[in-house]
Design a protein around this ligand. Structure first.
Ligand code: AMP
Ligand code: MG
Length: 326
């Protein structure tokens, strides 16, 4: 069985093709980069519409199949930006109707976990999912992926990106902050916010920008911003590991590219005598393969979605889905 997965929750439009044994035949994508400022949902959606055909063709070419060989269509149902979600859903519905094959709507955050479990062969990890749009600590318990901790305001990737933009660090924010942070020497005290098991990054971002305006050294600020934000992420992840007594930890999402974050999580995982996993970059970023694979898991375990159930859900939560395939 071949599943074609369409990802379109935010800035990336992706098409992945996966077979029922979990072999990724193709994973094509194109990412919208705003000329200035943050992502405008409508502009990103227009970008997806304009590039959908080319990305689809690239995926089919890479997989060496024709569209008629596809048995199942999966797409990102949410969470994400409304106009982007609707564009991806429209493409998915059109292809499914034309091919007369079933369609499945997939939770984007769960797809990040499932593709990591597939590529890293981890069975039951505590997952720290950190990106421009999401920050969650996720672990499986009693039939669902439970959220053990999450941001109460902005995601950590967004914190780095907005800080970068406000202080004039060129796009992309995250990697450039990381580069500057390596030259930082002095820790500048910044607000560290963990509330129960949840996190908050907006005060941290505002204060870092304020300190920049007050003349603090930019390299020291980048270093301090990373140390503060990542320490909070490690704290919540560690508590989830302690509570669930799981032996595996996975780091995924765009911010997983950060070497300092990896190092900090790795240290914590080592002290707890657990195993640490980070999927390859193409599967940490938003991608169509993770949607295709999760759609296959759902379909093979009996999930069926009617067209009316394919209405997108901007606030679709990780812990709303019954995980019948585990
Ligand atoms: P995603 O939302 O998963 O596509 O990932 C994009 C986010 O990852 C953006 O917020 C980037 O700034 C962030 N990111 C990418 N590379 C790095 C890095 N090396 N360090 C920190 N953040 C990064
Ligand atoms: Mg994502």
């Amino acid at each position: 069985m071949l599943c074609l997965g369409i990802e379109g929750t935010a800035h990336t439009f992706g098409v992945g093709i996966v077979d029922s044994r979990g072999k990724v035949l193709a994973n094509a994508s194109k990412t919208y980069v705003p000329a200035k400022g943050g992502i405008h949902p409508r502009d990103a959606a227009q970008f997806h519409a304009a590039n959908a055909r080319a990305v689809l063709d690239r995926a089919l070419e890479k997989a060496k199949i024709s569209l008629e060989d596809v048995d199942l269509i999966a797409f990102s149902l949410g969470p994400g930006l409304g106009p982007c979600l609707r564009t991806a859903a429209t493409a998915a519905r059109a292809i499914a109707a034309w091919l007369r094959v079933p369609i499945i709507g997939v939770n984007h955050c769960i797809a990040h976990v499932e593709i990591g479990r597939l590529t890293e062969k981890t069975k039951d990890p505590v997952t720290l999912y950190v990106s421009g749009g999401n920050t969650q600590v996720i672990a499986f318990d009693a039939g669902r992926y439970r959220v053990f901790g999450e941001t109460l305001d902005i995601p950590v990737g967004n914190c780095l990106d907005v800080f970068a933009r406000e202080v004039g660090i060129p796009h992309p924010g995250g990697p450039n902050v990381e580069r500057l942070a390596r030259e930082g020497k002095r820790y500048i005290h910044l607000p560290y916010v963990v509330k129960g098991m949840d996190l908050s990054f907006s005060g941290l971002m505002t204060e870092a920008v304020r300190r920049h305006r007050g003349g603090a050294d930019l390299r020291d600020l980048c270093y301090s911003l990373q140390e503060t934000a990542f320490a909070a992420l490690v704290e919540v992840t560690e508590r989830a590991v302690a509570h669930t007594e799981k032996r595996e930890v996975m780091l995924t999402g765009g911010v997983a590219a950060n070497s300092r974050l990896r190092e900090m999580i790795r240290l914590m995982v080592k002290e707890r005598e657990a195993k640490f996993y980070v999927p390859p970059k193409e599967f940490c970023q938003d991608n169509g393969a993770m949607i295709a694979w999760t759609g296959l898991l759902m379909y093979r375990h009996g999930v069926r979605h009617s067209l009316t159930q394919t209405q997108v859900r901007q606030r679709f939560r990780t812990d709303e889905v019954d995980i019948i395939w585990r």
